[in-house]
Design a protein around this ligand. Structure first.
Ligand code: KG4
Ligand code: ZN
Length: 347
């Protein structure tokens, strides 16, 4: 049953290559449906034009499925939340245009959401695990969030649901790109991050070494690591054409271990500096099993409370846009019909 004070949010996410729609009643997720695009695999990366065409194809069936799965009527919806950026302009446009049309048709407000804020607030998505039982395990404020995705690497201080302060950021590539580009060098399909993770499980993380960048703990840089990986593979292939084939698990385990150690080295420094011991991770790379394990171990050493999102809320999804929409609705932070996509959208 719905209480008239319940806030029902329909949320859309279309910033990259996943078309997703979620429905939330207050902070509780009712449905979350995502269509993944496989068209990009053969190109070794997301092709923006193909992504926007697929969003256009997927958005009506995805919204339809989410509304049906949630068991709500369109007339009950309080607001439409959408990802305004950062992301691919053509992909964002599909979600934004759809959100505007639906808001106009239903006579409800629009709420724009920053995708990176969404990744962080994924920790606040509550779920009904059995009838009447709501489950939520969210960090307390303030906490630090290491947000690692295909386009971003950030350490953010989160003092409230909508109060964020950027403490560290990458100067060049993102952590996800460091995984995906290495996978491409190894001849693996896009996105390579999950595949490196899979091979790494059978490999030895201490077998090969890579250089550690020497920057302040408030900056990340992955381009040097990626180049050293390229030379490492090239040099070994000169001596042994079957090097990759014969050593794939050890290569993946060593490279993953290196990236994760680097991510956590800065996180530890920033945590010590700020004295904050509530630590969370978010974004696609937070699905990485090596990161999850090494973070848990560091958390025990550093006496942290560690928060790791459920797998389905690590990679892109509309549930995280919906929870952010819910907090913005409570502040009446609405957008108007003039909202345009923001390819770059700072926290
Ligand atoms: O957050 P996300 O779904 O999309 C962006 O906002 O970019 O992140 C996608 C990134 C890709 O680079 C993908 O390879 C990486 O997350 N990723 C992983 C894993 N799962 C997804 N990287 C390493 N290990 C994983 N298990
Ligand atoms: Zn993302």
């Amino acid at each position: 049953m719905n209480n008239s004070e319940d806030i029902i949010i329909l949320a859309l996410e279309s910033s990259c290559d996943d078309t997703s729609c979620a429905i939330l009643k207050n902070n509780v997720l009712l449905s979350n449906i995502t269509a993944n695009q496989s068209v990009h695999k053969q190109y070794g990366g997301v092709v923006p034009e193909l992504a926007s065409r697929d969003h256009q194809k997927n958005i009506v069936p995805v919204v339809d499925a989410a509304v049906k799965a949630a068991g709500v009527k369109l007339s009950q919806i309080s607001a439409i939340a959408f990802t305004r950026g950062p992301g691919l302009t053509g992909s964002l446009l599909v979600g934004i245009s759809f959100a505007k049309s639906l808001a106009l048709a239903l006579g409800v407000p629009l709420i724009e959401v920053n995708h990176m804020q969404g990744h962080i607030l994924a920790h606040f998505i509550a779920e009904e695990t059995s009838p009447g039982v709501i489950s939520l395990s969210a960090p307390e404020f303030p906490f630090l969030c290491l947000t690692v995705s295909g386009g971003h690497t950030q350490i953010v201080k989160v003092s409230g649901p909508l109060q964020t302060e950027l403490l560290a950021e990458t100067e060049d590539d993102a952590a996800g790109e460091a995984f995906d580009k290495a996978a491409k060098i190894l001849g693996l399909p896009y996105p390579g991050g999950p595949l490196i993770d899979q091979y790494a499980r059978q490999g030895q993380p201490a077998r090969f070494k890579f250089p550690m960048p020497h920057l302040s703990s408030h900056n990340y840089s992955f381009s040097g690591i990626k180049t050293s990986f390229l030379y490492f593979i090239r040099d070994h292939l000169k001596e042994n054409a079957a090097f990759v084939e014969n050593n794939l698990p050890d290569i993946c385990a060593s490279y993953q271990h290196h990236l994760v150690s680097y991510l956590l080295k800065n996180l530890k420094a920033v945590a010590r500096e700020t004295g904050i011991r509530q630590i969370a991770i978010a974004g696609g790379v937070s699905a990485n099993s090596g990161l999850r394990e090494q973070l848990a171990a560091m958390g025990r050493e550093e006496n942290w409370r560690v928060y790791i999102p459920k797998f389905e809320y690590c990679t892109d999804n509309a549930a995280m846009i919906g929870i952010t929409g819910y907090y913005k609705y409570r502040q009446q932070a609405f957008s108007d019909l003039k909202a345009t996509p923001l390819a770059r959208y700072h926290l």
